[in-house]
Design a protein around this ligand. Structure first.
Ligand code: ITT
Length: 191
């Protein structure tokens, strides 16, 4: 069976990417290989996704896919953006980070936000392809739902009335920023 390394330590992302990829692959995690994460020194989702894919590729001789993603809130000048994971770390949990976000945008009229995902794939031949998917939506008034991961309970995708935290995994997965990025990747290359 062909192998692919899904270069992420985030189990929510891992599950989504694993379900998007063709069945023919045996999906390997860095955890299984005892590989840590690289430092995310890039200034954009695209550059961080590339940093991750290049790092993880050093350890295997098969294809690697990595993801850098985050939540960009308009009223916060698109923060936390690439610092989304770091914000949760700073506040001790996603729950605390979501409470913090709701508090600081409480009086803002514009609650629009986007979820962004850059996916980078490095083939076993060493060719790197990187794409980005963007999903528009807004920040809910409250933390709602306990499905999904990360910031899902405060993000309402455009055209919907419920948060990703209230949506089934399958439904979310068929419309989110990661799915949009993956579709772009599949248009560019044959995985
Ligand atoms: P890796 O670097 O190992 O992939 P990470 O969690 O550190 O894991 P990022 O640096 O890309 O990943 O941070 C992305 C953050 O945005 C992280 O806190 C996620 O939980 C959050 N995020 C990304 N996609 C999301 C989604 O679909 N739903 C909810 N939160 C999401």
């Amino acid at each position: 069976m062909k192998k692919i390394l899904i270069g992420t330590h985030n189990s929510g992302k891992f599950k989504e990417i694993a379900s998007l990829l063709p069945k023919k692959y045996k999906k390997i995690s860095p955890k299984k290989l005892n590989i840590r994460s690289p430092k995310e020194t890039g200034k954009s989702f695209l550059s961080n996704a590339k940093i991750k894919v290049k790092f993880f590729s050093k350890f295997v001789d098969y294809g690697v896919i990595s993801d850098d993603s985050g939540l960009c809130i308009k009223a916060l000048n698109n923060r936390p953006g690439i610092y989304s994971a770091r914000l949760a770390k700073k506040h001790g949990s996603f729950l605390n980070a979501m409470k913090f976000i709701l508090e600081i945008i409480k009086k803002k009229k514009d609650r629009s936000a986007t979820f962004v995902c850059s996916l980078s794939y490095k083939s076993e031949k060493g060719v790197i392809t990187t794409v980005q998917g963007v999903l528009n939506g807004k920040i809910s008034n409250k933390i709602k739902g306990n499905k999904g991961f990360g910031y899902d309970p405060i993000f309402i995708p455009r055209g919907k009335t419920i948060t990703f935290g209230q949506m089934s995994r399958l439904k979310k997965m068929k419309m989110d920023h990661r799915f949009l990025a993956y579709k772009k990747l599949r248009k560019k290359i044959k995985i």
